[in-house]
Structures are given as structure tokens and as C-alpha cells.
Design a protein around this ligand. Structure first.
Ligand SMILES: [Fe+2]
Ligand SMILES: [Fe+2]
Length: 200
């Protein structure tokens, strides 16, 4: 691969990583006081690391790290800035996964290309691989959190459906025995907290 081509590819990553720093910092503020807010803050720090390691490689190759503008909006098909204030956690995580997956796909393609070209700078490959692993870890945390939210909502919905069917004072012991195999006492024990008190 020609040096100019490699520099322009690295500049694309440089811009994407910078966009991600801004996005995660904004999300960290939007979800301040919640665990996910701390996670987004940490993600921003890691993406800043990527900005620096890619920027340094561009300079080593004789290029100048250049911001290509808004890279994220075309990936998600929406203006990234508008999403922050109006998006709930689940949608935020889904959007983040889209962006991380695009980064992973492109890192993977560049790593493959450098491998095919028998590119001499092993440190370059290592940096790209490590950045890829970080994006992979981000993706998996976001994915796991979406599953946890969905699972919680499913459980809450089914528990509240049971409560509505059998309001207090009208419990039918035989019905519980036959259909749920749990005594009313046991039902109280496993009933989850109301969903609005959960701080993901
Ligand atoms: Fe990154
Ligand atoms: Fe990432």
C-alpha cells in the first residue's frame, strides 16, 4: 500500500476516533450519576488513546493528522449531535454498537491489507489490533447491557401482569398452586424493584 493511501486511511480512523471521544463525553454528561455515565467517560478516555496512537503513526509516516469532519452521522444515518438529548439508554447503546462495529470492520480490513502486503512496521499492526480489541470490548459491554435491560423489562412486565390479575385480597391459592407453583409469600420474595429505580 502506498504511504499516501495508508495516511488517508489512518486519517479516517483519526477522525472517527475523535468523533467518538466527543460522542462518549456527551453521553457521559447526559447519563451523569448513573453507572453507564462512568462507562461512557471511560470509553471516551480509551478513544482519546486511539486518537493519539493513530495521530502519532500519521506523523511518523510524514503526514499531518487531519479531522475529516463528521464521520459518525453517515454511519448511523442521523445527525449524531441531535441524538444525545432525546435518546434513552437502550437506543444510545444500540447506536454506539453500530459505530463500534463500523470501526471494527474497518480496522480489520486494514490489518488484513497490511498483512497481505507484508507491511514491515509490526508496531503499526499491533496498534490497530489493540484498538480493534478495545472496540470489541466496548461493543460487548453495550450488548450485554441491552440484554440486561430487556431481560429486566420482561421480568417486570410479567410480574406486574400477575399482580393485575390477582389484586390484594383476591388471591386464589389454588390458581397459584396450579399455574405458578409459588405461594404468595414466595411471589413477594422474588418481585423485582420498580423499573424506574434501576440505575444501569
Ligand atoms: Fe476507538
Ligand atoms: Fe470504542
Amino acid at each position: 500500500m502506498k504511504t499516501d493511501t495508508l495516511i488517508s486511511k489512518l486519517n479516517w480512523f483519526y477522525s472517527l476516533e475523535l468523533n467518538q471521544v466527543d460522542l462518549y463525553n456527551a453521553q457521559s454528561k447526559a447519563f451523569k450519576g448513573r453507572y453507564c455515565g462512568i462507562v461512557f467517560e471511560r470509553c471516551a478516555y480509551i478513544e482519546q488513546n486511539h486518537v493519539e496512537n493513530i495521530g502519532n503513526k500519521i506523523k511518523e509516516l510524514g503526514g499531518k493528522p487531519t479531522v475529516l469532519g463528521d464521520i459518525i452521522s453517515p454511519i448511523i444515518g442521523k445527525v449524531a449531535g441531535e441524538l444525545i438529548s432525546m435518546t434513552g439508554l437502550e437506543d444510545t447503546l444500540a447506536i454506539n454498537i453500530l459505530i463500534e462495529q463500523k470501526a471494527m470492520k474497518d480496522y480489520n480490513e486494514l490489518i488484513e491489507k497490511l498483512h497481505q502486503d507484508k507491511y514491515g512496521d509490526k508496531e503499526m499492526t499491533k496498534i490497530l489490533q489493540h484498538n480493534f480489541v478495545d472496540e470489541h470490548l466496548h461493543t460487548e459491554w453495550f450488548r450485554t447491557k441491552i440484554i440486561a435491560i430487556k431481560q429486566y423489562e420482561f421480568t417486570a412486565k410479567h410480574f406486574s401482569a400477575r399482580t393485575e390479575m390477582h389484586p390484594k385480597g383476591q388471591k386464589n391459592e389454588a390458581f397459584y398452586e396450579d399455574h405458578y407453583r409459588a405461594t404468595p409469600k414466595r411471589t413477594r420474595l422474588v418481585k423485582p424493584r420498580p423499573i424506574k429505580t434501576v440505575k444501569w
